[in-house]
Design a protein around this ligand. Structure first.
Ligand SMILES: C[S@@+](CC[C@H](N)C(=O)[O-])C[C@H]1O[C@@H](n2cnc3c(N)ncnc32)[C@H](O)[C@@H]1O
Length: 237
């Protein structure tokens, strides 16, 4: 016997679905308003911002709008970007204008990104964005992720993992920072496609709610709760 066909259960299920539909429609309206505002009136402004922050090549270029839209959904107070390099992802999150964005990097580079000191360049770009775009919500922290975590004391709403791309490093970053998650924390994994046997593998093994972007190098989005993932799925599916 399927209890879903018994009248009281069926009505409760129908009501539940009805409210879910309303919730989805509200999310859709919210996102549509965001697109109208940003894609039309601010398209030129956004393009100019992207030009400035992509003076150096970045594999993150096609994720700019995703970072803004995901921020728009989560409305984070704290964003932690593990892996700044020339700063594209950190500056993309900051453009959304929510909370404080922390860009963490040793600024030494690594075996995948290449060994280079990008700190001076990042600070120069940051100064320019402060002047030209009034961007005032970024803090850069120079050091190894694991050392910075030792004195970290804030809950994190969005965590972006884009440091070293070995399986052990990605797993280590997730495990190190998960003690700072709240119920709705959203974690982004860059390079789920270009590093499918390491980043992609770890992402696929995670339990929870997920959404995968398959363009570019691949971006995996994970959360313990369904809320943000449902909204992302609704916009992008
Ligand atoms: C792929 S790049 C980041 C790209 C950047 N998100 C973007 O938007 O272009 C990886 C960065 O992580 C940094 N990194 C790797 N492992 C690290 C660690 N354990 N601690 C601090 N920084 C690290 C490297 O210095 C490098 O700049």
């Amino acid at each position: 016997m399927n209890f879903k066909n018994i009248p009281p259960f069926r009505y409760i299920l129908d009501i539940y679905r009805f409210f879910k539909q309303i919730q989805n429609k509200l999310a859709y309206i919210q996102q549509s308003l965001y697109f109208i505002e940003n894609n039309d009136a601010n398209a030129g402004r956004r393009f100019y911002y992207k030009q400035i922050i992509s003076e150096n090549h970045t594999a993150w270029y096609e994720n700019f709008e995703k970072a803004v839209i995901i921020s728009n959904i989560v409305k984070p107070k704290v964003v932690v970007d593990l892996g700044v390099d020339h700063g594209f992802s950190t500056f993309a999150f900051a453009y959304a204008g929510y909370g404080e964005v922390y860009g963490l990097d040793s600024f030494e580079g690594d075996i995948h990104a290449g060994h280079r000191d990008t700190y001076a360049h990042v600070i120069k770009t940051h100064e320019r964005l402060k002047t030209e775009f009034k961007i005032a919500n970024i803090s850069f922290i120079k050091g190894y992720f694991e050392d910075t975590a030792l004195s970290w004391d804030k809950k994190i709403d969005i965590l972006h993992i884009d440091g070293l791309h070995t399986y052990e490093a990605v797993k280590g970053d997730f495990e190190t920072w998960k003690k700072f998650f709240n119920e709705d924390t959203v974690v982004l994994f860059h390079d789920t496609i270009s590093f499918k046997d390491t980043v992609g593998k770890f992402f696929s093994e995670l339990e929870g709610y997920k959404y995968s972007f398959h363009d570019g190098c691949g971006l995996g989005v994970w959360s313990k709760s369904e809320n943000s993932i449902r909204q992302i799925r609704y916009i992008y599916n």
